[in-house]
Design a protein around this ligand. Sequence first.
Ligand code: SF4
Length: 340
Amino acid sequence: MKSLLGMSFAELQELVAQHNLPKFTAKQLVEWLYLKRVKTFDDMTNLSKATRQLLSENYTTGYRDFVTVQESRDGTKKYLFPAEDGFIEAAYIPEKERATLCVSCQVGCKMNCQFCQTGKQGFQGNLSAGDIINQILNLPEFENLSNFVFMGMGEPMDNYDNIMRVLDIMTSEWGLAMSPTRITVSTSGLIPNMKRFMQESRCNLAVSLHSPFHDERAKIMPIENKFPISEVIHAIRQHDWSGQRRVSFEYIVFKGFNDSQRHVNELAKQLGPLRCRVNLIRFHAVPGVDMQSPTMDDMTRFRDRLNDKGIIATIRASRGQDINAACGLLSTAAKEKQEE
Ligand code: SF4
C-alpha cells in the first residue's frame, strides 16, 4: 500500500481531490503527518470516521518504528530503522548546545568507497522520501534536534529527487519550516546532481574530499575516475557562496596516506580563496580496511598546517566509538543476522 509520509502538500491535495474528500483534508493531513507526527489514521481525530476508514483501506501513514538502538557512553545513539529493501541507520549526536541527526538516504551504496562499511554492503535500493523523513520525525529525540546532516548510508545525490522532496517538507512553511542553514547534504562528488542541488536548494553542501590528488583519491573512492575532485571543486567555485549558505569538505585523515605537507600544499592550492571549511575526521579502524588511524597529535599537526596556509580546518570530535558509530556497521550486522 502506498504511504503518505514523504508526500508534499500539493500531492496530498491531489490525493484528497481524487477521493472527493473536502479540500481542507489536505491541510489536516499535513498537520497530522508532519507537525503532530501521529502514526495511525485512527489518531487523526479531526478527520471523519469515513475518511479515516477510506485512508486506512488504501494507504499507510508510512511511519516505521526503529527496531534497535545502541547508546554510546557519550550519549550518541544509533537507531536501526526498517526500510523497504533492508535496514538503515540514523545516528543521533547530542552536544552541549545542539543535537545533530545523521540521516541515511539509501540502503547500501553504489559508490564503493574503500574505507566505508556501507560501501562494502553494495547497493540494495533507494529510500523513499517517506523512509528518509521517517528517520527524523520518528526519532524519540525529535524535539531536541537542531541540525541535520545527510551523511548516513548512501550517496544523497544518487537519490536526488527523494532528497529534494524531503528538504522541501523540512523547509517549507506548510511543513516543518526549518531553516535550510541547519541542514547539510553531503556528496562524494556526483557533479551533475551536485550542480542541480547548488541551484535548486538553499541547504548547505558537504563534499567528501579525502585526498586532493587524482590517483590517490581514485584508490579509495572509485567515483574519482568519473568525476575528478578538481572538477568537483571547479563546479563549486562557479557558485556564489557569499550568503549564509556554506560549503564544507570532509577529510578523513589516514595516517601516512593523506596527511603530508604535500597534501597541505595541494589542498591550499585547490581550495584557495574559496569560502569554505575543511572538517578533519580521524580514521578509526573498520573491519576489512587496511588503513592506519592517526594519533590526536597527528591530527592537530595536520590541522595547524592547513590553518597556517589560510584554510579553515577543524577536527571533528569522534563520537560513539564504543558503539561502532561509523555508518554501515550496525545495519551490516543486522543484514548478516537476517541472512543467517
Ligand atoms: Fe557511499 Fe558515503 Fe560510504 Fe562512499 S562513504 S560508499 S558515498 S556511504
